[in-house]
Write a protein that binds this ligand. Structure first.
Ligand code: NAP
Length: 300
């Protein structure tokens, strides 16, 4: 399988370490990033830098994409100089970005006309999971294609789940984001609540992590906040984007998601107040504001 030529488009917080893990696992990699300088590290490790997504596709058997939003994926896949222009029968496209399921289905159908298999394969596990190769990958598309490339997916992920037909991976990821946002907001509220009500927030986290409140967020984020570190990780603007995908989808199915509607407004507020580039745990900023209380930082 190591002789399979891989392409990777989008070397951001997630894409860069995912591509690096593939390179280090011994695959030969063709990469593209809109801002070419971000590819320098991978090129030093032996990757070939392409000038366009089309060139990546032309030179690869499997093309991975990890860019920001729905319109960005449509542009790098179906737009001018996009993957589609360099695609060839038998090629496989794996989109790791979190986007609208409707767009993933359009990509699936369009690529199918060219004999290209397409998977929507969004990931969860944050920058830490991308660096450690321990992401959860949730996949929509054809199961046979997932089975065929599973050894490669296992380089970047430790939990690979085939969810169902095209778009199903994106629905799973949207569902995941309902939970993640709720955790971030709850973490922010409990920290400010504990501090303002007179208990040491660090001791509170220590106390509750072993009980029913235990979750990924409490395991990973409080120490960053205590250290005054609000850099991403996962940008609040991307969290806002994902919640807006959830809300749009809920509207499509005439559903009511009151908790997520509120959380999406808090993350939209992060973007509107100029804090969109901060980590999603930095949503604590909104809770600090309404309570006139700032989380104290702790010297390490
Ligand atoms: P990021 O650090 O902001 O990187 C975004 C990447 O997309 C960059 O390489 C950027 O290129 C590229 N890009 C954006 N728009 C583009 C366009 N129109 N054409 C070409 N390239 C474009 O974002 P990220 O955190 O890696 O997230 C990427 C995706 O993974 C998102 O869908 C996000 O929701 C999802 N995700 C992120 C996390 C996380 O913890 N960060 C976790 C799970 C899922 P430039 O370098 O030129 O800007």
């Amino acid at each position: 399988m190591k002789e399979t030529r891989l392409g990777f488009i989008g070397l951001g917080t997630m894409g860069a370490p995912m591509a690096e893990n593939l390179q280090k696992a011994g695959y030969s990699l063709v990469v593209y990033n809109r801002t070419a300088t971000k590819a320098e590290r991978l090129v030093k490790l032996g990757a070939f830098l392409a000038e366009s997504p089309a060139e990546v596709a032309r030179k690869s058997e499997i093309v991975f994409v990890n860019v920001s939003d729905t319109e960005d994926v449509l542009q790098v896949v179906l737009g001018k100089d996009g993957v589609i222009e360099g695609s060839h029968p038998g090629m496989i496209l794996v989109d790791h970005s979190t986007i609208k399921a409707t767009a993933s289905r359009i990509i699936y159908e369009t690529m199918k006309e060219r004999d290209v298999s397409s998977l929507d394969a969004p990931v969860s596990g944050g920058d830490i999971g991308a660096i450690n190769g321990t992401l959860a990958i949730m996949i929509g598309g054809e199961k046979e294609v997932v089975d065929r490339i599973r050894p490669i997916l296992e380089v970047v992920g430790k939990k690979i789940t085939y969810v169902g037909g095209p778009g199903s991976g994106q629905i799973a990821k949207a569902a995941n984001q309902i939970m993640v946002a709720a955790q971030m907001v709850a973490e922010a509220e409990l920290l400010i609540f504990a501090q303002k009500a007179g208990a040491d927030p660090e001791r509170v986290i220590e106390a509750i992590r072993g009980g029913a409140a235990q979750c990924w967020t409490l395991d990973n984020k409080p120490q960053r906040l205590f250290a005054g570190n609000r850099t991403p990780g996962f940008k609040s603007s991307l969290q806002a984007k994902d919640l807006n995908i959830v809300i749009d989808t809920a509207r499509e199915f005439k559903m009511s998601l009151p908790g997520t509607a509120l959380n999406s407004q808090l993350f939209n507020g992060m973007v509107a107040s100029g804090n969109g580039d901060l980590d999603n745990s930095a949503v604590i900023h909104m809770i600090e504001l309404v309570n006139d209380e700032e989380l104290a930082t702790i010297e390490s």
